[in-house]
Design a protein around this ligand. Structure first.
Ligand code: PRP
Ligand code: URA
Length: 216
């Protein structure tokens, strides 16, 4: 199970050895996009398996080839919301665990100069508030992009259960989300040291979108 951060109680960190091994390989600068994508999706699937343990289930009656019996099914539709572009890099790994999940998209990029989020797209299921939502973005840096996306989900659409899945979080982003969205829980493989003067996470892994899609 992930461990709750003492300094950032809104953040749960996966210190699982297999996840940490994959994260270390992802961080290495000579890891090319083919391996980067695969490892990122593998981590996302492993994280999702754990963080979904609080999802509600409902009892159903079914018939096996031998007899009638009771089983459990997920009670509510699950929606994944990757933040474009880099969130796409974790989505397939989660869909392998929950293939029936719907996928909404929020498009926002960070202005290089101001670090402010610039929105350009949004399309999510109209009944998204009826089930748990996973907000997906590998990088939580200043928190501007995630806070913008969480605002749509929580304040505009009324989603009650929103969990953020990210790979690496900066303390600055964790703090910002705690202030902006106190009900949002963040799951990550690491809380890194800080942001540099350009707003990049240190030690981080560079530009996640470019590394996922090979656009360096
Ligand atoms: C990256 C990342 C986050 C954002 C994090 O996206 O995927 O969305 O930066 O930074 P923040 O916490 O300071 O807002 P980017 O803006 O590079 O867009 P891209 O995914 O399209 O490359
Ligand atoms: N976005 C990234 O892709 N990487 C960072 O370190 C910060 C924001």
């Amino acid at each position: 199970m992930p461990k709750q951060s003492i300094e950032h109680p809104n953040v749960w960190v996966f210190d699982h050895p297999v996840i940490q091994d994959k994260l270390t390989r992802i961080r290495q600068k000579d890891t090319q996009h083919t391996d980067f994508r695969r490892l990122l999706n593998e981590i996302a699937g492993l994280m999702c398996f754990q963080l979904s343990r609080e999802f509600q289930t409902t009892e159903v009656e079914i018939e096996t080839p031998l007899q009638r019996t009771e089983g459990k099914r997920l009670a509510d539709p699950v929606t994944l919301v990757p933040v474009l572009r880099a969130g796409i890099g974790m989505t397939d790994g989660i869909l392998q665990m929950i293939p029936e999940a719907r996928v909404g998209h929020i498009g926002v990029y960070r202005n290089e100069e101001t670090k402010e989020p610039v929105p350009y797209y949004s399309k999510v299921p109209t009944d998204i508030a009826g089930g748990p939502v996973l907000l997906i973005d590998p990088m939580l840096a200043t928190g501007g992009s995630a806070s913008y996306a969480a605002n749509i989900l929580i304040n505009e659409l009324g989603c009650k259960i929103v969990q953020m899945v990210c790979l690496v979080a900066a303390p600055e982003g964790a703090q910002r989300l705690r202030e902006d969205h106190p009900t949002l829980t963040i799951f990550t493989a690491s809380i890194d040291s800080c942001l540099n003067e350009k707003g990049y996470i240190v030690p981080g892994l560079g530009d996640a979108g470019d590394r996922i899609f090979g656009t360096l």
